[in-house]
Ligand binder design. Structure first.
Ligand code: NOJ
Length: 528
């Protein structure tokens, strides 16, 4: 049906490996656990998996502190387990995208160890961003940048030199102006491409180059100014991504890269997905939108308009391992769940690809009451206990109705984060047999999306059904029946547009049978 490369229309499922399935009885998920559930994922109806970092790491930031970019941490398995997972996934028709973390290494990486052992101004230190301090005796950091996780973005070595870390001190930033760094990462790309991976998710893709002058910023929160400042979105990135595109294009099988690019400007985002750069960039504005039809429309229209001139497909996402789960963002409880289910139908009906985050298919809420002494995210300590961090969306998956970890690991093994005592009904086992469950809604929606020609067509049209309603129609290029998605963000039922069939509703079958769509509900209609 589709001539386009697979990723333009794919649904990709993010596996947060340490929380997916623990096959080794150590309380932490692993690659063999993912392999074990490939049939579940293929039955869910997704096209590809994105695996979060599984590389050797001291785990100062859940593995985003990489000590060896070409290996597997024993916690998650070994290279043979990776190869086995890749083969199993491919056998089931699922592609595999892995996380590439080029902005920083772990402080345990051999390069950083060599930098520490080498004198100032040495080639070893030039792979990172070392500077003399400011103030009397160089006792103050070189500039006023604060790290994304809280605290200064600089740490000092015993010899007095300071090094930059946009994230935790255990994640020193690499110096992308040093050609050795670029060469190393081209080699890392090839290493995994040769093993057969289908693509990469590029961590901190808008942060690799900094203004070489490292000037102070207004305020001191580097997260505040993402579009044109000294930290993010520097023009040099585009040249780098062109070289990576050439590496990827040198392989068969439509290998791809998706960038983690936080920006407030859709036009800036679109520059990363020009035909010779990255294939995809997440539309994070979609997951930052409130429960508001106007906001959803503004974001979607803005993204569609911005990417049209460069010919890129859009990449929609409602959740990942860094943000509060959508059930909770949209109000929590039954209302939050209804809205999250409705938002899924809008997401899956928009043109382009969509990324799902593990557990959203179960309607998992954010866990907001993890005891403080169980919190693992470095944000908790780095922020001086002001921000609890991201553990609440990283709680392991409940597979079974019973057991201390609901089947996440062998019974009796405590999971790395505690799981709520109320999660039995949210488990895969419980939802599997309930036709109205969130899990079965996801399955139906993904099946319908795959089979529905209108959702693969190029035609897109907004419908105006009032201020509380997001509505649009998709149809195939050639004349053919369309699919209209209607999402009611208001508090009252709204009349549906003319249609010949209700294909899917986000609540229960029949919910829209009387021609009206209830509040907090979405529907896919067959329209003439
Ligand atoms: C973005 C990742 O998604 C996040 O989990 C991580 O903490 C930072 N990048 C730093 O690598």
């Amino acid at each position: 049906m589709d001539q386009a490369p697979w990723w333009r229309n794919a649904v990709v499922y993010e596996v947060y490996v340490r929380s997916f399935l623990d096959s080794s009885a150590d309380g932490v998920g692993d690659l063999a656990g993912v392999a074990d559930r490939v049939p579940y994922l293929s039955d869910l109806g997704v096209d590809a998996l994105w695996l979060t970092p599984f590389y050797p790491s001291p785990m100062a930031d859940g593995g985003y502190d990489v000590a060896d970019f070409r290996g597997v941490d024993p916690l998650f398995g070994d290279l043979a387990a990776f190869d086995a997972l890749l083969a199993t996934a491919h056998r089931h028709g699922l592609r595999i995208i892995i996380d590439l973390v080029p902005n920083h290494t772990s402080s345990a990486h051999p390069w950083f160890a060599a930098a520490l052992a080498a004198p100032p101004d040495s080639p070893e230190r030039d792979r990172y961003i070392f500077r003399a301090g400011s103030g009397p005796g160089g006792d103050r950091p070189p500039n006023n940048w604060r790290s994304v996780f809280g605290g200064p973005a600089w740490s000092r070595l015993p010899d007095g030199a300071w090094y930059l870390h946009l994230f935790a001190p255990e994640q020193p930033d690499l110096n992308w102006r040093n050609p050795e760094v670029a060469e190393e990462f081209a080699g890392i790309l090839r290493f995994w491409l040769d093993r057969g991976v289908d693509g990469f998710r590029i961590d901190v893709a808008m942060g690799l180059f900094k203004d070489p002058g490292l000037p102070d910023i207004e305020g001191d929160d580097i997260r505040a100014k993402r579009t044109d400042g000294p930290v993010w979105n520097r023009p040099e990135l585009h040249g780098l991504y062109r070289t990576w595109r050439r590496v990827l294009d040198g392989y068969d099988g439509d290998r791809m890269a998706v960038g983690e690019i936080w920006t407030d400007a859709p036009a800036e985002l679109a520059r990363y997905v020009r035909p010779d750069e990255l294939h995809q960039a997440f539309t994070f504005d979609w997951l930052r939108a409130d429960w508001s039809a106007a906001e959803f429309r503004e974001v979607a229209a803005g993204a569609l308009e911005a990417t049209a001139p460069v010919g890129a497909a859009n990449t929609w996402v409602l959740a990942n391992h860094d943000v509060v789960r959508q059930v909770t963002r949209f109000g929590g409880g039954a209302v939050g769940l209804a809205r999250a289910r409705a938002a899924l139908l809008a997401t899956l009906a928009l043109p382009g690809s969509a990324y799902l985050y593990q557990g959203e298919e179960l309607g998992l809420p954010e866990v907001t009451d993890i005891p403080e002494d169980a919190l693992q995210d470095p944000i908790w300590e780095r922020s001086g206990h002001r921000r609890r961090g991201r553990d609440g969306c990283r709680v392991p998956i409940p597979w079974a109705e019973d057991g201390v970890s609901y089947g996440f690991g062998p019974d009796g093994v405590r999971p790395w984060l505690p799981m709520p005592v109320t999660w039995s009904p949210l488990s895969v086992q419980a939802q599997d047999r309930d036709p109205g469950s969130t899990l079965n809604l996801y399955r139906r929606a993904l099946r319908t999306r795959r089979a529905e020609p209108a959702l693969h067509g190029a035609e897109f049209r907004w419908l105006d059904l009032g201020p509380d309603v997001l509505a649009f129609t998709r149809s195939p290029d050639s004349a053919g029946p369309g699919l209209t998605c209607v999402l009611n963000c208001g508090t009252e039922p709204v009349p549906l547009p003319p249609h010949t069939e209700v294909l899917l509703t986000s609540t229960r079958p029949g919910a829209a049978a009387d021609g009206e769509l209830p509040a907090d509900t979405a529907v896919w209609l067959r329209t003439p």
